[in-house]
Design a protein around this ligand. Structure first.
Ligand SMILES: [Zn+2]
Length: 228
């Protein structure tokens, strides 16, 4: 059995603040954001260490940095009233409607974070992850799309029937950042392969050089418009 050094996972978190119904809505600092850091080091094959160095170093572990962004346009994306959301209400060939407007807010914040990356010179080796609260009564469905190594997900206190720690933003973030790392959803074939050769699979997951290859595949994934 060979062990490889843990990679450095660098994530620029963005806590999105929006206005709806004459009120500001934002992720909770401890329950949503800090619990997400904790989930990532516990669930990922990553050194169980959080390094607050502004994502400049390369020590094994999670290197989070955090921006708080207030956006006057975001509320209308979250409640789907913005004209920018209309293209997500699609009429299918059989004439029925498919309403994808819950993806409007995350598409918007992903594009905004792509612009922030350029404006601030943040390298693509540092992922962006945006968090949007569902506390205003609308579910802003998450996705890894539209910009390289950028994703957004919702957060809130729903248990989804199993998660009793007060926030689902933690595992949702791990899910979306997993897509950015090139991981897809499990399917029967993959599940069988993992069951047959779990050690080999874990070894692959732990190899730092394999991780470095993943962002290119994440870009490829975007072309397939994966969206949850
Ligand atoms: Zn997904």
């Amino acid at each position: 059995m060979t062990f490889n050094t843990s990679p450095a996972l660098k994530v620029q978190f963005v806590s999105w603040h929006y206005r709806l119904n004459n009120q500001w809505w934002a992720p909770r600092f401890i329950t949503d954001i800090i619990q997400t850091y904790s989930w990532l080091i516990r669930a990922y094959p990553l050194a169980s260490k959080i390094i607050f160095d502004g994502a400049t170093g390369n020590q094994p572990g999670l290197h989070p940095s955090l921006w708080f962004v207030t956006d006057d346009a975001l509320g209308a994306m979250v409640d789907r009233s913005s004209a920018e959301c209309e293209d997500l209400l699609v009429t299918k060939a059989d004439g029925t409607e498919q309403d994808n407007r819950s993806l409007c807010a995350s598409r918007y914040t992903n594009n905004q974070m792509g612009t922030m990356r350029t404006e601030n010179g943040v390298p693509e080796s540092r992922f962006f992850y945006g968090m949007i609260t569902d506390a205003a009564g609308f579910f802003p469905r998450g996705q890894a799309c539209c910009q390289p190594n950028v994703s957004t997900g919702p957060t809130g206190s729903n248990t989804w029937g199993w998660d009793t720690d007060g926030s689902y933003g933690d595992w949702y973030a791990a899910h979306e950042i997993g897509h950015t790392l090139g991981r897809g959803h499990p399917d029967l074939q993959v599940a069988n392969e993992v069951a047959e050769n779990r050690c080999a699979d874990l070894r692959r997951a732990l190899q730092p050089q394999r991780r470095r290859e993943l962002p290119a595949r994440a870009v490829e994934r975007e072309r397939h418009q994966h969206n949850d």
